[in-house]
Write a protein that binds this ligand. Sequence first.
Ligand code: FFO
Ligand code: ATP
Length: 185
Amino acid sequence: MHKSELRHTYKALRENLSASEIDKMSLQIANQSLKLDIWKFEFYHIFLSITKHKEINTEYLLQIIFGKDGNAVIPKVKGAELEHYLLTDSTKLKISNWDIPEPEKGIKIQPEQIDVVFMPLLAYDRSGNRIGYGKGFYDKFLSRCRPETLKIGLSFFEPEAENIEVSEHDINLDYCVTPNTIHKF
Ligand SMILES: Nc1nc2c(c(=O)[nH]1)N(C=O)[C@@H](CNc1ccc(C(=O)N[C@@H](CCC(=O)O)C(=O)O)cc1)CN2
Ligand SMILES: Nc1ncnc2c1ncn2[C@@H]1O[C@H](COP(=O)(O)OP(=O)(O)OP(=O)(O)O)[C@@H](O)[C@H]1O
C-alpha cells in the first residue's frame, strides 16, 4: 500500500472507534508509557488532541508528565513549520483552523532543548517508520532536535505488517506505545 492509502485506511479505523473506546485506550496508552525509562528528563513534547479526528486523548499522559515534575511543551503551526511553547497554568489555548488547541503566546522552547517527543501518527510499521498527516511538520521538527532525543509514537493500533516506503526526510521512531504493549525499534 502507498502512503496515501495507508493514511486513508488508518483514518477509517480511527473513525470506527467510539468516544468511550478512545478514552479507555488513551488511559491504557498512558499507563503503558509508565513502563518506559524516560521519566527523569526535563522537556516532554506532546500534542493536544484533535477530538473530532479521534486522536489519542493525551490528557492522561500530560498528568503523568506533570506528576513526574517534567515540563510539557506543545506545538503551534507557524507557516510550514512548528513552534514550541511551554504549557503552563496560564497558557491560553485557541482552536486553530485545523481544530488543534494551540497556545496563543508564551515561553518558546527550542527543538534542541526537547528530550522526549510524543508523536501523533496515522500508521507505522515494524521497523518504526511512521506516516503522519503528510505535511512534514514532524519530520522537519525532528530534524532540528538533538540526535538522542527520544521519539515515541502513540497509536491505538498494532504496526502495519507491510513495510512503509521511506523517504530521505523520514525519521524513525524509537518506540511506539499502544494500549496493550510497547514496540521498541
Ligand atoms: N493534535 C495534533 N496536533 C498537531 C499535529 C497533529 O497531528 N495532531 N500535527 C501533526 O503534524 C501538527 C499540525 N498538523 C497539521 C496537519 C495537517 C493540516 C492540514 O492542512 N490538514 C488538511 C485537512 C486534513 C484532514 O482533514 O484530513 C487541510 O486543512 O487541508 C494542518 C496541520 C502540529 N499539531
Ligand atoms: N526535514 C525536512 N526539510 C524539508 N522538508 C521536509 C523535511 N521533512 C519532510 N519534508 C517534506 O514534507 C513533506 C511531507 O513529508 P511526509 O510525507 O514524510 O509526511 P509525514 O511524515 O506523513 O507527516 P508529518 O511529518 O507531518 O507527520 C514532504 O514533501 C517532504 O519533502
